[in-house]
Each structure stands twice: as C-alpha cells, then as structure tokens.
Design a protein around this ligand. Structure first.
Ligand code: S3P
Length: 441
C-alpha cells in the first residue's frame, strides 16, 4: 500500500465545528498512573494511537491487566509495588519519548532487569537526561551512548534526590516525580517551567505534593512512598493536535473553526499567545476546570494582516511541540519573526530545527540562523506553484502534519511521504482535514 499522499489544491473556505483526539501526554500519564493505583481505574477518551497503545502493552508486560470498552478503558492497578517482579522483560516504546522516559521512573524499584527499546527515531534520542537522575535514586542503569536500548535494574534501598531540571523538560521532571512515588523521604525538584500534567494528576490523586511556583521555575516537593486509589478520568482534546487546525483556519481565506473541548492548561498554550501577538484573534470559549486542568473550546478565524513577532523565550516550553506549525505563520506574516534558544527542538522525534530550515529554503522563505536562534523573513504574498517533496524526516508525525497544512494553504503540488507517521499521535488527522474539505490523493 502506498505510504505517501498528494495534495495539489488549496483548501476552500470552510466554517466548521470539530473535535480532536485525546491528549497524548495526559493519555500516557493516565495509563501509567492507573497501572500503579490500587484498584480499578476507568479512563474515558484515551487517545487511540501507537504511543498510547505501546503504553498499554508495556503495563501488560509488567503484569497489569486492562480491558478496552467502547468509550473507556479499565485498568486494574495493583499499587506502587504491583508490577510483576518474576520476569525480566523487554518493553518497546515505539516512537514515544514520553513513554520510555516516564516508565523508567516507575522502574526504579524493579527487582528484575527491564530493557527499554524504541523505533529508529527514539533510538537516536538522548536518555541521560533521565538515566542520570534515576541513578541518583539508586537504580542501576546501563545504556550505550546514553541512548536506547536502556537496561534498568531497580534498588530496594531507594533514596530521594534533590534535582535541578534546567531544560524545561516535562518528561525528565515527570520521570523523577514517578520515581519519587516509590521512594521513602522527600524528593525535591527545581524545574524550569514545563507542562504540569503530572503535578495536577498527583494533586488530584491526593499524593503528598507541594508545588511552589516562581517566575521561571517551580519548586516541587513529593513525599513518598505513596500509594493511591484507582480513579476515573476523561481525557480532553490535545492542544498539539489542535494546533494544525488553528493554523489551517488562520491561513485560509474566509474560514472559521470552533475546536471543542481542548486542554488549554497554560503550560500548553504558548502557540495561542504567540499567534495572538502576531495579530491573530484566537479566543477561548466555555472555559471550565476539570481535575485541575483547564478545558475549553477554541475559536479561530482567518486573518490576513498577520505580523512578525519577537517571540519571548518564556513561551518556548509551552509551545515546544508547535514551533514547526508556528514557523508556517511566520513565513506568511509581514516582517521578521525571531525565535531564540530553540536547542530543544533538535532533541525531538526528528531534528526539527534543521528540518524547519530546510523546509523554509524549499519554499523560498529567507531566514538567518545564529546557533539556536532564528529569524524568519515573512512574505504575506507567499503563493506557491512548484512541486514539493517531503521525505526523510525520520517519520516525525509533526513534520508530516505541518507539511499538509503548508500544502493546503500555500499552494503548489506536494508529495508527502510517510503517512503512517501520524499513527503515533493523531491517526485521525487526515480524516479530519478531509472533513474540512481538503482534497487528498
Ligand atoms: C512531553 C513533553 C515534551 C514534549 C513531548 C511530550 C510530555 O517533551 O515535547 O511531546 O508528555 O511530557 P520534553 O519533556 O522532552 O520537552
């Protein structure tokens, strides 16, 4: 079966209400936390994607049962010491840095060797950011060149750590938080601000956690060991998946979209702040709190006179997965957009900064790069008519989806390879853009 798509027509004006699939970060956290709870958890609207399905397979390998029903999953947790300790197993994390890094935190007390492996892209990513702090708890970890496969053997005598997390990595912070659940004493983390879904889940589950928020970082204190009971959770829509539709509506003519029931936690909405500073008028509607998370609908209308931005660094973490799609807006905006300290972009499923610059070259947008800072010289009259081929992007789902939005808004004939990449985060993506009127072959 062919694994590429062709797009050769700009999308026609649309006015629609849609939903997107469940949040990936929250889905993986729910699966992992439910696997450690005492008793049954019921998770509604779990994202049905490879990253989340690999999380379910992983807990099953560790001896935790689950059952899938029509619109929810039941997960039968056995407490923080409930993983099967009788066999050494291999866990395949696929493309998911979140699964691989977070589950390592839960394995700091494992009595058998566990090996974590992943796909080509994940095997190229750095794991020292989690293995170093986890060794501090007392776990024995072996990995060649700090990458997968990683082998972990837990310790019976875990000790809490004090850790300064400087990258703004929620995966790193969360891995340490999960290890602290098993560890007696108080774990301290001073963490550069990043998505806080794990903290909010801990609070909701009444795990002893104190978070003191400072301007640029959070101080997190967790007292372990801490068991907690099975829970119910309804996963909201994913802001990162939603971002492709936001930009599609913004850059299309006479269009409007209302995207329902999205997680608009402010650690995830950097893209909205950035785009609104570029003169978009994106609105949140029907805001409500759900188990500590902020949920709402997002209303986006087409906008012609978008302008460049000097993007404040403070938005980097809350827009970390959205920069590729933000760069499309910068390419079409009037004036120069500048972004700084983007080093974490090259640590993702693909080296996204390199890929973005190649992409800008390909579509004839000027840029300047100095180390990890870039300036993009936007062209409001950008109107493409050439042939464009997108391949060799390490099957990075976000590169695929961003390229589709470029094809649907900038014009030209596009052949975009590795369609199956979307299965890791948003298998319904192509159906959704077709629902809006996109013509795809
Ligand atoms: C995630 C954290 C971010 C993000 C990733 C999901 C999470 O990664 O890019 O897609 O669920 O914690 P980092 O922690 O590496 O920044």
């Amino acid at each position: 079966m062919k694994n590429h798509i062709i797009i050769s027509k700009i999308i026609k004006p649309f006015k629609k209400k849609i939903g997107v699939d469940g949040d990936k970060s929250i889905s993986i956290r729910c699966v992992l936390m439910a696997s450690q709870a005492i008793g049954t958890s019921k998770i509604y609207n779990l994202l049905d994607s490879e990253d989340v399905n690999n999380s379910l397979v992983a807990i099953k390998k560790l001896g935790i049962n689950y059952k899938k029903f029509d619109n929810y999953h039941k997960i039968f947790g056995l407490g923080i010491n409930g993983y099967d300790q009788n066999k050494s197993v291999k866990i395949y994390a696929g493309n998911s840095g979140t699964l691989a890094r977070l589950i390592l935190g839960l394995l700091v007390n494992t009595k058998k060797k566990i090996i974590i492996t992943g796909d080509n892209s994940l095997s190229k990513r750095d794991f020292s950011r989690v293995t170093e702090p986890l060794k501090g708890f007392g776990a024995s970890i072996i990995s060649k060149n700090n990458s997968l496969p990683v082998q972990i053997l837990g310790s019976e005598f875990l000790r809490p750590i004090n850790y300064i997390e400087k990258r703004g990595s929620a995966q790193c912070k969360s891995s340490i938080m999960l290890a602290s659940l098993k560890t007696s004493g108080t774990t301290f983390i001073k963490a550069k601000k990043s998505r806080n879904h794990t903290e909010l889940l801990f609070k909701y589950l009444k795990i002893p956690i104190i978070v003191s928020s400072r301007k640029k970082y959070d101080l997190i204190k967790i007292k372990g060991p801490s068991n907690f009971k099975g829970f119910e959770y309804k996963v909201p829509g994913d802001m990162s998946s939603c971002s492709f539709f936001i930009v599609l509506a913004l850059l299309s003519k006479n269009s409007e979209i209302l995207i329902k029931n999205i997680n608009i936690n402010e650690t995830r909405t950097g893209i909205i702040k950035i785009l609104n500073k570029m003169n978009a008028k994106i609105l949140f509607k029907n805001k409500k709190k759900y188990k500590g998370e902020l949920i709402g609908d997002i209303l986006v209308k087409s906008k012609e006179n978008l302008r460049g931005i000097v993007c404040p660094k403070k938005y980097n973490s809350s827009a970390i997965d959205e920069f590729l799609i933000i760069f499309l807006v910068a390419a079409k905006a009037k004036g120069v957009s500048s972004f700084k300290n983007l080093e974490e972009l090259n640590k993702k499923e693909s080296p996204r900064l390199e890929i973005a610059l190649k992409f800008l070259d390909m579509i004839g947008i000027k840029y300047l790069r100095y180390k990890n800072d870039i300036k993009i010289y936007g062209n409001p009259n950008l109107n493409l008519s050439g042939n464009y081929i997108i391949k060799n992007f390490r099957k990075d789902h976000r590169v695929f989806m961003m390229s589709c939005i470029a094809a649907l808004t900038f014009g030209g004939k596009w052949k975009i390879h590795d369609k199956d990449s979307i299965n890791s985060s948003f298998p319904n993506f192509l159906h959704k853009i077709q629902e809006l009127g996109a013509k795809i072959n």
